[in-house]
Write a protein that binds this ligand. Structure first.
Ligand code: CP
Length: 308
């Protein structure tokens, strides 16, 4: 069951709540390719996206997920809004609330921004990424993709590689995967992964071949240069040769390993092009599953908020 007004992070969700979202997404997926299966169940709902940071996948898939279910969907266009005149996040949210918005989807550079918004508006709030904290809908689509391909989570070895310390995707996936019974390793250079992350219930490694050995899932992450104060390694060529995954490195994993990446990918840095486009890659499947998962989240939240 999922009975919350908002979706702010996977840290606070139970395994049962996560599975409710994944099982609802399964019902949604066929509607992406077959418009005759779509209904207008959200035609009485209005959805606004507020993206204070750039996005292609998350914003577009939420907008399409709303429209595929008949909702009114608008993007605030933060750069051209009154945010540029200094309007606060809360005042912006209250203003949109008064206009009858039912769901606000926010991406913001500050940890906790979605939580602040949720406390101050009647609308349901979805966290589309807050600083380096959480990106719950990305993790949910990653979980859905793993469930679809592997049939479940119990005992799976999932290795998440790259810029772990700045990654809200790694944190949300660590919360979700451990709750569902997977064994998670976070791996990267010591400047980008800290032993303190073991408190998330995961293993931490700086040795990529040993981290990848017998992995069921290898998930690459982008180096987030926009969040770095100093260059965390001498140069990209050195990073990709020591910490990137190419087809030789992938041989340490199981033969049927899933190669994943939330996108956007820096080709040739965290993953080589032959791995990105290879037979084990499900990166484009993740994108499609993102629409299904976001359709499910919008459906569950609008059902709940009409009863709250
Ligand atoms: N994975 C992800 O959040 O991509 P976007 O930044 O394109 O939304």
């Amino acid at each position: 069951m999922y009975k919350r007004k908002d979706l702010l992070g996977l840290r606070e969700l139970s395994a049962d709540e996560i599975m409710t979202i994944l099982n609802t997404a399964r019902e949604m997926k066929a509607k992406i390719d077959d418009p005759s299966l779509r209904d207008k169940s959200l035609e009485k709902s209005s959805i606004v996206t507020l993206f204070y940071e750039n996005s292609t996948r998350t914003k577009m898939s939420f907008m399409l997920a709303g429209e595929y279910q008949g909702a009114i969907v608008k993007d605030l266009g933060v750069a051209t809004s009154s945010v540029s005149k200094g309007e606060s996040l809360i005042d912006t949210g209250v203003t949109l609330d008064q206009m009858g918005t039912n769901v606000m989807i926010i991406r913001h550079q500050l940890t906790g921004a979605a939580h602040i918004l949720a406390k101050n508006v009647k609308a349901s709030v979805i966290n589309a990424g807050d600083g380096s904290n959480e990106h719950p809908t990305q993790a949910l689509l990653d979980l859905y993709t793993i469930m679809e391909r592997k049939g479940g989570f119990e005992g799976l070895k999932v290795v998440i590689l790259g810029d772990i310390s700045h990654s809200r995707v790694a944190r949300s996936n660590a919360f979700g995967l451990t709750k569902l019974g997977a064994k998670v390793t976070l791996a990267g250079p010591s400047t980008l992964v800290s032993n303190s992350m073991q408190s998330l219930g995961v293993q931490v490694s700086t040795d990529i071949p040993s981290a990848i050995r017998d992995a069921d899932v290898v998930m690459g992450l982008r180096i987030q240069f926009e969040r770095q104060r100093n260059m965390p390694f001498p140069n990209l060529r050195e990073y990709s040769s020591l910490f990137g995954v190419n087809s030789d490195m992938l041989k340490y994993a199981k033969k049927d390993v899933l190669v994943m990446h939330p996108g956007p990918v820096n080709r040739g840095v965290e993953l080589s092009t032959d791995v990105i486009d290879g037979k084990n890659s499900v990166i484009t499947v993740q994108v499609k599953n993102g629409v299904a998962v976001r359709m499910a989240i919008l459906k569950l939240l609008t059902e709940n908020n009409s009863k709250i």
